[in-house]
Design a protein around this ligand. Structure first.
Ligand SMILES: *[C@@H]1O[C@H](CO)[C@@H](O)[C@H](O)[C@H]1NC(C)=O
Ligand SMILES: *[C@@H]1O[C@H](CO)[C@@H](O)[C@H](O)[C@H]1NC(C)=O
Length: 255
């Protein structure tokens, strides 16, 4: 009997390990890639001024005109968190912000996660980037902003990439100078539910910028969310184009 237990124990513990591994595996997955230079997808939700036009092959969120907002949302909502866990996600956005002649470029592009059914908030042109309302906040929205326009008093005094927790006043920023305008920019955003770490890496020409922030996104996002890209203009403007967008989210259960 002792012999049998000795033989069985390793087998039983292997099974327990396998079950534990299966428990942390993905139970749900959302993943998509859009290459806008090759396709004009019909399955995205287009809001405001977002569209394809004949002059450019990319997805145009706004023209270089005053007081515009354009957004796209991936139409299928997904579950961001549940009692037993929350998602890990990563996204890569390639974009071009093109200033007009000698005008100051404004107001920038945002990747955002919002409650299911999100629409353009009233008063969200200009510095509110199409994701925050006229007061500059939206408590259940997460965003990463690529902001070529320093808006007093809530922005830093420089062009920046910022991590936004329900507010246009970023929780952390990094200075980017002129790098995010007039050329193609690649931005990668990662979030790990286990560490609550948001990391952003932006590559523009031969420069790289990093910004990160620790925040439990499940503490203010609803369970069911949609992801989107937004851009806006105010008194100053630029055209905002999206070249491609990759996104992937996986539900990870707590151990
Ligand atoms: C980076 O690119 C700029 C503009 O193209 C160029 O002037 C500069 O020399 C480059 N720097 C390095 C270290 O390659
Ligand atoms: C802001 O981001 C930088 C770069 O990732 C990081 O070193 C710094 O700790 C961050 N600050 C906060 C308050 O998270």
């Amino acid at each position: 009997m002792a012999k049998l237990v000795q033989t069985l124990l390793p087998i039983l513990s292997s099974i327990a390990l396998l079950l534990a591994a299966a428990n942390t595996a993905c139970s749900q997955m959302t993943s998509f890639t859009y290459d806008f230079s090759g396709e004009h997808p019909k399955d995205l939700t287009y809001q405001g001024d977002a569209r394809f036009q004949s002059e450019t092959t990319y997805l145009r969120l706004t023209d270089a005109e005053a007081s515009k907002v354009g957004r796209v949302l991936y139409p299928t909502p997904f579950q961001f968190w549940q009692a037993s866990g929350q998602v890990d996600f990563e996204t890569t956005i390639n974009f071009i912000i093109t200033p007009k002649e000698d005008r100051l470029p404004a107001d920038g592009i945002a990747f955002f996660i919002a409650p299911d059914g999100s629409t353009i908030p009233a008063g969200s042109t200009g510095a509110n980037l199409g994701v925050f309302d006229s007061s500059g906040s939206y408590p259940s929205v997460f965003a990463v902003e690529f902001d070529p326009h320093a808006n007093n008093p809530w922005d830093p005094s420089f062009r920046h990439v910022g991590i936004d927790i329900g507010s246009r006043t970023s929780s952390n920023t990094t200075e980017v100078g002129g790098a995010i305008t007039g050329q193609q920019v690649s931005a990668q955003i990662n979030y790990a539910g286990a560490t609550k770490m948001i990391t952003v890496r932006v590559t523009a020409g031969n420069k790289t910028f990093d910004v990160s922030y620790e925040k439990d996104l499940s503490s203010f996002l609803p369970q069911k969310v949609q992801v989107g890209l937004s851009a806006s203009t105010g008194d100053d403007f630029a055209s905002h184009d999206i070249v491609s967008w990759y996104f992937s989210a996986t539900m990870v259960n707590r151990k």
